[in-house]
Design a protein around this ligand. Structure first.
Ligand SMILES: Cc1ncc(COP(=O)(O)O)c(C=O)c1O
Length: 392
């Protein structure tokens, strides 16, 4: 008998039932492996933000907040966009969501009609694929190719067709760690303007950018504020990934489309957490650069460690993730490598090919999350050094 879960599920969920993270995290638990699979930090964000959430609960902020968002958080997002990027927004140009995930869902459900095409970068964050499919859209992937994972704007333009509704960007980019350059963004902007497209840009790693790289919001490019919906979240910026407080901002009609869908998904999000995140944005401005500096040190620890083991590793420009090529150890397929790794080394990583339509472009790649403590990263490197990593 077919399992009830698969036999009764709607067709719109075909092929998007489980995530690789669940599979690999279960493997980590079963084998006691250190988990560099899933991208959540080992350490919580500022204690004062937790205190603000507790205070909000004690002050009775426990019932439905406005669906649009709590006024002080809306104001804090507006102030953040002005302070960092010089973007001027009205309250109607911001909606608070249940994480960036709901903003992505709201954008795709609110903007994409069945049959509309969505141009998306691959490797992709897996919720994009799921939500494009659930919205009835058709995805057109543009590959950021190893080893340097740059965007080929001509390839992006070739992916645009008659039915293209929007371009879904992500920078800083998960999983490659690329931060789109001004030239790349200008190329996307030119295509969007020429073809009259909306750009939805997922910027959840906006503050986690290393070295001399710079995060440039798409909405700051000439002519783009009026066609760009920007998505971000407190999860990565303040190390509260479990709070799921995110937001979308941009032109009133695009934000209204997100809100129109969000109204029927969650309606409202985390009442006492919203004032706490407002506190974080307004008063914990030292935290994100500090987190970024710590992450950069962890990136170096991991990448130098992997490099010393002669692993072919691409040092990321931002995010939580580094990517390595496993062919040097004789593996053709990153999934085989990742399935063997817990037994051989007591470590879990994610095969990048699950983030690609063009499987050959990602088959040899593995993603490592370094948003863990330095002790964990050191231990991972030591375990890898003591393991036999060669292909059978
Ligand atoms: C690119 C990207 N977008 C969105 C999210 C989800 O954000 P949130 O936890 O705020 O829903 C993640 C989380 O890993 C991500 O990597």
């Amino acid at each position: 008998m077919a399992s009830m879960a698969t036999s009764r599920a709607a067709g719109r969920l075909d092929g998007i039932g489980t995530t690789v993270f669940a599979e690999m995290s279960a493997l980590a638990v079963r084998t006691g492996a250190l988990n560099l699979g899933q991208g959540f930090p080992d350490q919580d964000g500022p204690p004062a933000v937790i205190d603000a959430a507790i205070a909000a609960m004690r002050a009775g902020r426990n019932q439905y907040p406005p669906g649009h968002g709590t006024p002080e958080l809306v104001a804090a997002v507006i102030a953040h966009q002005r302070r960092h990027y010089g973007l001027e927004l009205e309250p109607a140009q911001v909606v608070i969501t249940t994480g960036a995930t709901e903003a992505i869902a709201g954008a795709l459900l609110g903007l994409v009609d069945p049959g509309d095409e969505v141009v998306v970068l691959e490797p992709y964050y897996d919720s994009y694929v799921a939500m494009i499919q659930i919205a009835g859209g058709v995805r057109r992937s543009v590959t950021l190719r190893a080893p340097d994972f740059r965007l080929d704007v001509e390839e992006l333009e070739r992916a645009v067709g008659e039915r293209t509704k929007l371009i879904l960007l992500n920078s800083p980019h998960n999983p490659t760690g690329s931060v789109l350059t001004r030239a790349e963004l200008e190329g996307v902007a030119r295509v969007a303007i020429e073809h009259d497209l909306v750009v939805v840009t997922d910027e959840v790693y906006e503050h986690l950018v290393f070295d001399d790289n710079e995060h440039i919001p798409m909405a700051t490019l000439p002519g783009m504020a009026e066609r760009t919906l920007t998505i971000s979240s407190s999860g990565k910026t303040f190390s509260f990934t479990g709070w799921k407080i995110g937001w979308a901002s941009g032109p009133v009609d695009l934000v209204a489309a997100v809100e129109g869908a969000k109204n029927w998904l969650s309606f409202a999000s985390g009442a006492p957490l919203q004032p706490a995140v407002a506190h974080a944005l307004d008063r914990e401005q030292d935290f994100p650069p500090q987190l970024c500096a710590e992450l950069q040190a962890k990136r170096d620890l991991l990448c130098e460690g992997l490099g010393a083991l002669d692993m072919d590793v691409r040092v990321p420009e931002g995010t939580y993730f580094a990517t390595s090529d496993v062919r040097r150890y004789g593996w053709a397929d990153g999934r085989d490598f990742c399935l063997a790794l817990p037994e051989r080394a007591g470590v879990v990583a994610i095969p990048s090919l699950v983030f690609y339509d063009d499987k050959e472009a990602g088959r040899h790649l593995v993603r490592w999350a370094f948003c863990k403590t330095e002790d964990v990263i050191r231990e991972v490197v030591e375990r890898l050094a003591n393991a036999d990593l060669a292909s059978p």
